[in-house]
Write a protein that binds this ligand. Structure first.
Ligand SMILES: [Zn+2]
Length: 532
């Protein structure tokens, strides 16, 4: 007699995440673990059966870049992501992790500074270490969470909020904090070199931190310093150099080509190929939409944001600072640029009643209505909304998206943000768009290969041993979708649209999506590096 299973998924095509060809087969789930059952073999009796006829059964998707580190604690069902088939996501990205913070004042200030990116939800900010932050997710959210340690958090603790070098003692302090965080289950180091105060770190400082993470089996996850050198290849060269100098795996996150770059996408990908040929462990992720999103504050120079949110607000109110900002933006050609310039920035996440009419409208529309100088309007808006405004702007060029997704080392990370009425459509549509448009309609890559980039490749990058594949004894994180119907419905105009064709999503053996509907189940937990 076979032991009874909790769930039996039968009749589907197994695409196991390794890139191997899909094959008929059944999957049983018992005590949060999965087992493959050959088509001819008698499956176990099961209290729950899922008929997957005509469907693909695959490992749940692992998102290498998500801005849910705070928002998921407020909206734990996490529907935009789980409805896409995501079962694990990486948070603490862009240098902006919300642990470790030994000072609660610093944590709250950091949340404030980042409000336009990661939100400022009404939750209890009652953690300090990575260990205590991780417990906030266990069995309280719908997906699994893997945490990176942002170098901004390390720098706030050891150097402070200002643009200062990290002296040897401060660097040693950062390394000690990172070591402790890694021991508690973090998966590596992140940086976001457009975001102060982490952006004040030098190449060498980051290399030494990356070395620490790598010595404990972690990796370096980098939103690069886009303003560096030629603003094209130099930012990525620095990320690779940090890996080389720190003897650390280097992962370039949201790698994409913009039409404003002085060259095409090929030289960017060549950097990765050359680094790998040299023996360096360099990888990247990309998201499949043309729309980027971040906090509106990013439009101000980094020196404006030094010293933390209160100091930032003092500067934004200062007319001499505004004059200097005006000169810098003019010099960069940013002030009155045409398509894709400041006027086209779509604004979101308003909270003041008199500002709500600007929700999901462009900066240009705002400017036309209120009149006045653009820098004054920008600074007044940031002050009025206590810094918490989000923006959506043109991002990856549409041809480049395909090139990056097809590269052999490419993985998928959504860079999803959860603020405003109209976020980037990547938040709701990334995985279904790849499966529906790029795999089925354009035949850009095979289904098996696309799924590998969403599952085992990110699992291997993270060092997750029990996820990202369908094999006996592994964790039962599973998505069942209809390959003929799967499609994204999220667009720039209407981004908050759930996809079609993602029928079942199972996290740690519990059904979270049942025939396209969220069940309300919260079986997710935080994963611990080295233990999961
Ligand atoms: Zn980023």
């Amino acid at each position: 007699m076979k032991a009874a299973a909790d769930i039996l998924i039968s009749g589907g095509t197994i695409v196991d995440g390794t890139g191997a060809p899909g094959r008929p087969g059944n999957v049983s789930i018992h005590d949060e673990r999965l087992r493959l059952v050959a088509p001819g073999e008698d499956g176990p009796t099961a209290s729950r059966r899922i008929d997957a006829t005509g469907m693909v059964v695959a490992p749940g998707f692992i998102d290498l870049h998500s801005h849910s580190g705070l928002m998921i604690l407020h909206e734990p069902r996490h529907e935009p992501k789980v409805r896409q088939g995501v079962t694990t996501e990486v948070i603490g990205v862009d240098g902006n992790s919300y642990a470790p913070f030994s000072s609660n004042d610093d944590l709250l200030a950091f949340v404030h500074l980042n409000a336009g990116l990661d939100g400022r939800p009404p939750i209890a900010f009652d953690w300090d270490t990575v260990a205590s932050y991780l417990t906030r997710f266990d069995r309280q959210v719908s997906v699994n969470i893997a945490v990176l340690v942002g170098n901004s958090a390390l720098r706030i603790a050891a150097v402070g909020w200002d643009d200062r070098p990290a002296e040897p003692r401060a660097l040693a302090r950062q390394r000690a904090l990172l070591r402790e965080a890694m021991e508690q289950g973090a998966f590596g180091l992140s940086s976001g070199l457009d975001y102060p105060p982490g952006s004040y770190a030098t190449t060498d400082e980051l290399a030494q931190l990356a070395r620490q993470a790598a010595s404990q089996g972690g990796f370096y996850h980098s939103h690069v310093r886009y303003t560096l050198g030629d603003r094209y290849l130099d930012p990525f060269r620095e990320a690779i150099e940090i890996g080389r100098r720190g003897e650390a795996p280097a992962h370039i996150t949201h790698f994409y080509h913009r039409l404003t770059f002085p060259g095409g996408p090929e030289p960017m990908l060549q950097l990765v190929d050359d680094a790998r040929a040299e023996g360096l462990d360099v990888t990247f992720d990309a998201y499949p939409y043309e729309w980027a999103s971040t906090r509106l504050l990013i439009l101000t120079p980094m020196w404006v944001q030094a010293g933390g949110p209160l100091r930032t607000k003092e500067r934004l109110a200062d007319t001499s600072v505004r004059d200097r900002v005006r000169k810098e933006l003019k010099a960069r050609g940013q002030l009155f640029a045409g398509a894709g310039g400041l006027r086209d920035v779509r604004l979101g996440a308003f909270t003041r009643p008199d500002n709500l009419r600007w929700e999901a409208r462009t900066f240009g529309e705002l400017l036309d209505e209120v009149g006045g100088d653009p820098v004054d309007v920008l600074c007044d808006l940031l002050l009025d909304e206590d810094l918490g405004v989000s923006e959506v702007t043109p991002g990856p060029h549409t041809d480049g998206i395909r090139r990056f997704l097809r590269h052999p080392i490419g993985m998928v990370g959504t860079d999803s943000t959860f603020l405003g009425a109209k976020p980037s459509p990547r938040t709701y549509g990334s995985y279904p768009r790849i499966l529906g448009q790029f795999v089925r309609e354009e035949a850009l890559l095979s289904l098996e290969e696309a799924i590998r980039r969403m599952t085992s490749a990110p699992a291997d990058r993270l060092g997750l041993r029990e996820r990202g594949r369908l094999a006996d004894g592994l964790a039962a994180d599973i998505v069942v979708f209809d390959p003929a119907r799967v499609r994204a419905n999220a667009t720039y105009e209407e981004p908050r649209q759930f996809p079609t064709g993602i029928e079942w999503v199972i996290v740690n053996g519990s059904i979270v999506v049942e025939q396209g509907r969220h069940t309300g189940a919260l079986p997710g937990r935080s994963l611990r590096h080295g233990r999961d």
